[in-house]
Design a binder for this molecule. Structure first.
Ligand code: ZN
Ligand code: ZN
Ligand code: FE
Length: 757
């Protein structure tokens, strides 16, 4: 064997995951000299030694890759050996072009957890314990490449022990940028709203005080990884009620946190895939299906509980010390204001909600809510992309277009997407852009991402709806920077978001949603498309119906429900709604008043929910449809009859369906059965329409996307019905299935457009 030298460039999730130490150990184990360093676009290593070829290196990489690392691509080639090298080194980073995957925040790992509870260990009770496998990342990074000096950890100079760990190659904290200890690391502070002052004490004393207060039923705002939580004892109904009142979202489910999956299993059914993601470092809030009637006052009466693993040492400790199996840990956000990330703001704004504020002096560089989602068919369906997922980095399967694209998303649950070279990067959840505070969060994140990724774009994509803030912003930026704007219809963007994930060029797509502006000026929301590249033909929708009550009908669907009841059966309307003057007035004027026409599927779920007694108002988005899903009888397989009207598109009249539902209600059929039959009907509609389209267009791939498919019961029914008929079915499992995925869809649509240019 002769002396050879190889250069490797690794791309993918290779920074902040213990990759350089891993490469160092590889070199040591194989007796190689050379170096490794972070570069803007990934990790660069050179190996030199008596080598035949790269087989031994490649095998080592394959077998021993760190658990959180993900290599997307390796570029390697032989170079000239250097003869005066005698060791293997980890070099400081060099800033090059930046396209590396930014690491997401990682939940507490088992090793750190153990050290945390080991007396006499130097990390005993270290509230900021972390290592190469766990700890904050995205939320502490100021700029790339990922090095301590470019994070909010730079404030904390290593003590001798931390320094030793950081520089010892076989240590778990070797080159771990978030490494810190009680001697040199951040400190805890506790502010009492009652005493209006800070409480004295060291980290442990303050933590113990917090535990005592939580046991007494107090509400403590706690600074975490991506923002503040409100933490409270879920067994204390009075305290839970206080949180509901202060958040002004009566009935909105509160998230729970626990240490072990065994706890979840006490209350919920848990699949293997759910257990896996629960124990993963991502630690999202997982919507588990309940099997007991506990915590109905926590989850708004739904059939699910949102539970996440205790991903910080602080949450883990509070659970241990208070001996509670579960705690409520809900984002500390007042209505209309994004989650609080700053202690001064917490002390200023949370006085009416919390009793204490526990915070630390490690700065949260960017806000990141907890992620939320559910498992269907072993795939994780994201409803909110935040801590543990954001930024989502998706590698394009083909690099057909070299132009960069900035996509500004929709209006609600917004996200921003960047298409940079061969990657699509999706921001964290940025909320509904109805208030100045959320708009500020949105614009600051936009600037943040552009600078973090050193991003320059050629095209800017946005929604087709001209009244959205994001649309006018896109036009403004385009004008200022002389770029072209691409307007993408909302429901098409939903379908394209999923097509991007699966690298599809053509499909049948169903976007079931609340409302979005259609290309014909009407309000769409139940659209079926046949798509070939850029060409998208609308082929299905619910027959237009008037959005009686206008925009208010979204919050108060009783307006719509009454309207249809009155049309179908005035006697039923009277019995069900009583003498409601407002509703009657709205009905009387409906014929003369020009209400906008809609094909919204979300509103249909609202109407049925109202008729089945799930409420008359949505106090938060989709409250009634969520309850409607919750009550559905999982064993019922009946459905309502529907007629497909073959007009220009296939249309289905919702009056026919509502008529049968009202008929069932009059016959006192159990509402759980009616709800299930309704869900089955919608799934059946998709299948029957898809069958016609398969005949006519010779396509058998079906894509499902849009906010209505957050309804897991509907999604799973639709998928299984379609699969039974031999369709290949896809739904979002990378980008959010709701409006959080719109920006990704806008990117893919623009890519199709550019491919055709
Ligand atoms: Zn760890
Ligand atoms: Zn230290
Ligand atoms: Fe949508």
């Amino acid at each position: 064997m002769s002396m050879k030298r190889y250069r490797y460039i690794f791309r993918g999730l290779v920074q902040g995951v213990g990759f350089r130490p891993f490469i160092y150990n590889l070199a040591k184990d194989l007796g190689l000299v050379g170096f490794v360093k972070n570069i803007g676009e990934g990790v660069l290593a050179e190996f030199q030694g008596k080598l035949e070829d790269t087989a031994a290196i490649d095998e080592y990489i394959e077998k021993k890759l760190p658990r959180n690392a993900k290599i997307e691509a390796i570029e390697k080639y032989e170079i000239e050996p250097i003869f005066d090298e005698s060791d293997f080194y980890i070099l400081d980073s060099s800033k090059g072009k930046i396209s590396t995957i930014v690491p997401f925040d990682l939940g507490l790992c088992e090793e750190c957890r153990e050290e945390f509870y080991t007396q006499n260990h130097r990390h005993f009770m270290n509230p900021f314990i972390s290592c190469i496998n766990c700890g904050p990342r995205y939320t502490i990074i100021e700029s790339l490449p990922y090095d301590r000096s470019r994070t909010s950890m730079k404030e904390f100079k290593f003590c001798d022990n931390c320094k030793k760990e950081y520089y010892t190659p076989d240590n778990r904290r070797f080159n771990a940028q978030s490494t810190t200890c009680p001697v040199c690391g951040p400190h805890l502070f506790l502010y009492s709203f009652v005493e209006k002052k800070h409480i004295d004490g060291n980290n442990l004393e303050l933590l113990d005080r917090v535990c005592e207060e939580i046991e007494k039923g107090k509400i403590v705002a706690i600074k975490g990884i991506g923002g503040f939580h409100l933490v409270v004892d879920p067994y204390n109904k009075e305290s839970v009620e206080r949180i509901f009142q202060s958040k002004k979202r009566e009935g909105k489910p509160l998230a729970l946190v626990c240490k072990y999956i065994e706890t979840v299993k006490k209350y919920c059914n848990v699949s293997k895939a759910e257990e896996e993601i629960f124990n993963s470092p991502r630690c999202p809030i997982i919507l588990f299906e309940k099997k007991t009637n506990d915590f109905l006052y926590v989850n708004g009466g739904l059939h699910t509980l949102g539970i996440m693993r205790a991903y910080t040492p602080i949450l883990d400790y509070i659970l241990t010390k208070t001996n509670k199996d579960l705690l409520i840990a809900t984002s500390a956000n007042l209505s209309g204001i994004p989650m609080i990330i700053d202690e001064d703001e917490a002390i200023e704004k949370l006085c009416d909600i919390a009793d204490f504020v526990l915070y630390h002096n490690r700065k949260i560089v960017r806000r990141c809510d907890d992620s939320v989602g559910f498992i269907l068919n072993d795939k994780f369906v994201l409803i909110r992309s935040g801590r543990g997922f954001a930024p989502i980095t998706f590698k394009l399967k083909e690099k057909a277009v070299d132009k960069n694209i900035l996509a500004l998303g929709s209006h609600e649950k917004t996200t921003i997407a960047l298409k940079k070279e061969d990657e699509v990067i999706l921001s964290q959840y940025l909320g509904d852009l109805d208030t100045k505070e959320y708009i500020d969060f949105y614009t600051s994140t936009l600037n943040d991402l552009i600078s973090l990724y050193d991003f320059k774009f050629d095209y800017i994509a946005c929604d087709y709806h001209k009244d959205y803030y994001t649309t006018s912003l896109a036009q403004k930026i385009a004008k200022e920077q002389n770029k072209e704007v691409v307007f993408v219809q909302h429901h098409l963007a939903h379908i394209y978001s999923c097509m991007l994930e699966k690298n599809l060029q053509s499909c049948i797509g169903f976007a079931f949603d609340g409302t979005g502006l259609g290309l014909d000026g009407k309000i769409w929301g139940s659209e079926g498309f046949v798509i070939d590249g850029l060409e998208a033909k609308r082929v299905f929708h619910l027959q237009y119906y008037p959005l009686v009550g206008g925009q208010k009908a979204i919050k108060e669907p009783a307006r719509l429900a009454y309207y249809f009841s009155e049309i179908i059966s005035p006697e039923f309307a009277k019995n069900f709604f009583g003498e409601d003057e407002i509703l009657q007035q709205i009905f009387k004027t409906a014929a003369t008043f020009n209400y906008p026409l809609t094909s919204s599927m979300g509103r249909l779920f609202d109407i049925v929910g109202v008729l089945l007694g799930c409420g008359k108002k949505n106090s938060f988005e989709a409250q009634i449809p969520m309850l409607l899903e919750s009550i559905a009888d999982r064993d019922e397989d009946g459905f309502y009859i529907f007629l497909m009207n073959f007009k220009h598109e296939i249309e289905i009249n919702i009056v026919d369906i509502l008529q049968q539902i009202i008929h069932d209600i009059k016959r006192n059929v159990d509402r759980r059965i009616i709800s299930a039959k309704f869900h089955n009907t919608i799934a059946k509609i998709v299948v029957e329409v898809a069958k016609v389209l398969r005949e006519n267009y010779n396509k058998d791939i079906v894509v499902l996307s849009g906010g209505v498919f957050q309804n897991k019961f509907l999604l799973s029914k639709t998928v299984s019905f379609l699969e039974e008929e031999g369709f290949e079915v896809f739904f979002n499992s990378v980008f959010p299935i709701n409006d959080g995925g719109i920006s990704a869809g806008q990117v893919y649509y623009t890519l199709q457009l550019l491919k055709n240019c």
